[in-house]
Ligand binder design. Sequence first.
Ligand code: GTP
Ligand code: MG
Length: 253
Amino acid sequence: MSNSLIIIPTFNERENVVELCKQIMLLQEDFHILFVDDSSPDGTAGVIKALMPQYPQRIHLIEREGKLGLASAYITGFKWALAHEYSYIFEMDCDFSHPVSALPRLYRTVAMEGYDLAVGSRYVKGGKVKDWPLGRILMSYFASVYVRAVTWLPVHDTTAGFVCYHRRVLESINLDKIHFRGYAFQIEMKYATYLLGFSIKELPITFTDRKLGTSKMSSSIFGEAFSGVLKLRLWKEQKKFPQGTPKPEATKK
Ligand SMILES: Nc1nc2c(ncn2[C@@H]2O[C@H](COP(=O)(O)OP(=O)(O)OP(=O)(O)O)[C@@H](O)[C@H]2O)c(=O)[nH]1
Ligand SMILES: [Mg+2]
């Protein structure tokens, strides 16, 4: 039984799933994958099901009715991972923006170095963004600067969606009380992790723009992130955030 699960939400990713699975399955670590598909009209779920017998017990699929969003896909995946006793729980996009080759480094940071959360980061020394227009790089970079200024969260890539959690973090956070759904979800999870006393390490990665399929980003997601960060800070002052159990002192790194 593997101890590591990579959660990959999918919406219209039929051109990417086969190759992504293949590359992950070729790694030395015994990673398992959980796809959370929201009834992709392009038949992504069917492609995944056809792939599953090739990698017995290593690929799992949750199919949901309708497009319920990224955050809820991850929360569904987190609960499934905890119920199935995985220790190291990853988030990854299906569009090859996140390098498969960095998965073992994220794994080692949590499983061997003892960190509670490893973040694949574009904005630490050695990190890079490839093929994004300059405007988008600047927007993403300054979004992270803004988040740090408002929250003092000691993370450079606060919207990163390529991470590995130790299960104790996800057990501690009250997942039913997570508010946001887009980039703000990624910020909220990291901020809660930090405020509950868990350790975080950023590792440089090269992020590459998707080559196949289409982006599901929208301006409402940006808007949510902008106001969401202010709300999180305010709720923290009002002691309404984060909701969860702090890391026990005795186990602090
Ligand atoms: N299950 C599920 N997956 C989703 C949903 N929206 C996006 N995804 C998946 O989440 C991952 C990230 O989505 P992307 O469209 O790449 O969005 P992004 O990475 O924020 O933006 P890009 O720069 O355009 O790549 C991909 O694997 C998508 O297929 C959703 O509503 N439900
Ligand atoms: Mg993407």
